[in-house]
Design a binder for this molecule. Structure first.
Ligand code: C5P
Length: 299
């Protein structure tokens, strides 16, 4: 008996960051959009909790208890007073340390898979609570689609999306640590008056209309300057995608993956080809949004 769950990656179409809070986190106005690049998490009973991983980035995935999939299994088991003895296998297609919530996807996927395997009967609200304990982006990996995240990003309000948005993603040669990017954001903004983050009404309207030109005109990422400060070569990747005809280019979340919004599937192929030829990134992928949240495939 095993259960497999498919979980999408995300791009942040708005990431507005407030000042550092006393707990070290930052208040956000964070508009998540789930994109059609997926990890699959398979869970099966085992003698002890263990994690394995396959995929091009598998060597960079920690297989110990720091893996969010393992932590999700432990958290759900603890809540229901049972043993977390399962084998979690991650088929990884989302870039590691890329700013696309790959680790969060594995946490949400493992949680849903263990929940189905064990038949806990947990409510959606309970699962979302556990997700929020695991990490700020994990609740969104469970729900998918598009949502506004406030607080540290974990308090979600679903958003309407009125059409398909086409994206090209360029994966960078190395990863960036999310805490390091937030620290750099704090360093760059030291002494400045940092406003409260507020969701953009224009951006939310552009999503609801399904209008890529309107969305391109309103995307923003307050972590982009910090990511570029730590990884200046990303500017070359952004420039290459824009030169190839992308409607807009931005760093995805805390980076270093760069995201290019394009008008249609043909343009996605043109931009992807140019980025591959540019020599400014490791790999290039195309994906459509919105994508559904964590979904049980086989049980
Ligand atoms: O919540 P998560 O564990 O994914 O966050 C990873 C790190 O990112 C935090 O330890 C913190 O340094 C930073 N972070 C932040 N403000 C947020 C979300 C994350 O400073 N709203």
């Amino acid at each position: 008996m095993s259960v497999t769950v498919r979980v999408p990656a995300k791009v942040n179409v708005q990431l507005s960051v407030g000042a550092a809070r006393p707990d070290g986190f930052h208040d956000l106005a964070n508009v998540f959009l789930a994109v059609g690049l997926y990890d699959e998490v398979t869970v099966a009973p085992a003698d002890t909790l263990r994690v394995t991983c396959e995929g091009p980035d598998a060597a960079h995935v920690p297989l110990d208890r720091t893996n969010l999939a393992a932590r999700a299994a432990e958290a759900l088991a603890a809540r229901y007073g049972r043993s977390p003895a399962v084998h979690l296998h991650i088929a990884k297609d989302i870039p590691v340390a890329g700013g696309m919530a790959g680790g969060s996807a594995d946490g949400a996927g493992a949680l849903l898979a263990c929940d189905a395997l064990w038949g806990t009967g947990a409510s959606r609200a309970e699962l979302l609570d556990i997700c929020a304990e695991l990490g700020s982006d994990v609740p969104f990996s469970l729900v998918g689609g598009a949502a506004l995240g406030t607080g540290r990003g974990e308090r979600l309000t679903a958003l309407d999306v009125g059409g398909t948005f086409r994206w090209v993603f360029a994966m960078a040669g190395r990863g960036l640590s999310t805490p390091a990017v937030f620290r750099e954001f704090d360093r760059l903004g030291a002494g400045a008056d940092i406003p409260e983050p507020v969701a953009s009404a224009e951006l939310i309207a552009a999503l609801a209309k399904g209008d890529p030109d309107a969305l391109a005109a309103t995307v923003s990422n307050d972590l982009q300057a910090a990511a570029l400060s730590l990884y200046p070569e990303l500017a070359d990747t952004l420039a290459a995608g824009l030169a190839a005809g992308a409607l807009t280019a931005l760093v995805s979340g805390s980076g270093p993956t760069t995201a290019f919004l394009v008008r249609d599937a043909a343009s996605a192929e043109t931009v992807a080809r140019s980025l591959r030829a540019s020599g400014t990134c490791r790999t290039v992928r195309t994906a459509a949004a919105p994508a559904p949240g964590a979904t049980v495939l086989t049980a």
